[in-house]
Design a protein around this ligand. Structure first.
Ligand code: IPD
Ligand code: CA
Length: 333
């Protein structure tokens, strides 16, 4: 109840645009102002926080605010082009598409973040060459060699194939990590106007209301989502997995956006989502949403999520091991 009250006052506090009024002091502050940027810079240099330690609440609140702002701007662009988009390039192969709109969304998100946090590092899908090796190397480079403790990890349009075909299942996924640990995750679905937000230790929310993972207690009651990444090995593993799981679970869904499937596990529409090979920008925001909604996010061996995780399983936690066992026994590991 306390958390709910705090969050609602927080939303009121943040509401319209990028300026807010502090209700207790009556002063107003603009997130883009030099004074505001300086105050954040001071906070960040005066608090040295080892990994695993809670971040200053005010900084976390500011990071969340910017993540929401950036996601909403990208969401507007996606919505404005929701009728379908022209493919400008096939990346890894004909199943891996790029439109003119993806880089526009990424630029918008990047500029929004850097305007307030000019010293933060940024990793966006569109900056990286296609293919698994390049995306694994990109996050590795950021984690092992960055000037900033903060790293933003962004998929400007997750569900690009849906976007190209005019299906309303495409959205930005924005995460901010501090010393390699995701602290803020935002997934904004512009088609349904559903804003999913999470901060580490602060819970998960949809449009300001707390969300929880589903309560299904056995895989027979589970609605399991999955995806099939573009590469061949992943496709073979996805086929094995679907064959093993389909007879055991209630049903299987392939929705075509990791972001929406993760958000929907977090709010209980889905019980589980697994995929054989994803990149950090597909899953970072969603991983925090699920953990903060009471669920579990691991790799296919059962190790907890890190920014390097690629083979993934996210669930309500209750059926997690059962799903992993079925997958592993069928050779998916
Ligand atoms: C894809 C989506 C899809 C998943 C693919 C991803 P993109 O991301 O998340 O659901 O199955 O593996 O590559 O290319 O639309 O950003
Ligand atoms: Ca993606």
């Amino acid at each position: 109840m306390f958390r709910q009250t705090v969050f609602f006052s927080f939303l009121l506090f943040l509401s319209p645009g990028s300026a807010y009024t502090n209700r207790s002091t009556g002063s107003s502050q603009n997130y883009g102002s030099t004074r505001f940027r300086q105050s954040i810079a001071t906070r960040m240099t005066t608090h040295s926080r080892p990994a695993g330690v809670t971040i200053d609440k005010e900084v976390l609140r500011q990071v969340l605010h910017v993540a929401i702002d950036a996601s909403k701007k990208a969401g507007e662009i996606i919505l404005g082009n929701a009728g379908g988009a022209e493919v400008t390039k096939s990346k890894a192969n004909s199943r891996d598409l790029l439109t003119l709109i993806d880089p526009i969304c990424e630029k918008t998100i990047r500029e929004t973040i850097l305007e307030t946090f000019p010293n933060h590092d940024f990793l966006g899908e569109e900056d990286v060459s296609p293919g698994k090796e390049a995306s694994a190397a990109a996050i590795e480079a950021k984690l092992s060699n960055s000037d900033s403790n903060w790293l933003w990890i962004v998929d400007p349009i997750d569900g690009t194939t849906n976007f190209v075909h005019g299906m309303p299942l495409s959205m930005p996924s924005v995460a901010a990590a501090y010393k390699g640990e995701v602290m803020v995750g935002v997934i904004y679905d512009p088609h349904r106007d559903e804003l999913f937000t999470a901060t580490r230790g602060g819970g998960s929310f949809m449009n300001g209301k707390p969300i929880k993972v589903g309560e299904q207690g056995s895989i027979g009651d589970a609605v399991v989502a999955m995806g099939s990444p573009p590469a061949d090995e992943s496709m073979q593993m996805s086929l094995k997995g679907v064959q093993a799981l389909m007879p055991k679970v209630r049903t299987i869904r392939m929705i075509g956006s990791a972001a929406v499937m993760l958000a929907w596990v977090a709010n209980g529409r889905l019980t589980c989502y697994w995929e054989y090979d994803l990149s950090s920008w597909d899953i970072s925001a969603g991983a925090l949403l699920i953990q903060e909604a009471g669920g579990r996010f691991t790799d296919l061996e059962g190790n907890d999520f890190t920014l390097r995780t690629r083979k993934m399983c996210a669930s309500n936690g209750i059926i997690h091991n059962e799903i992993l066992n079925v997958l592993n026994e069928s050779g998916v590991i």
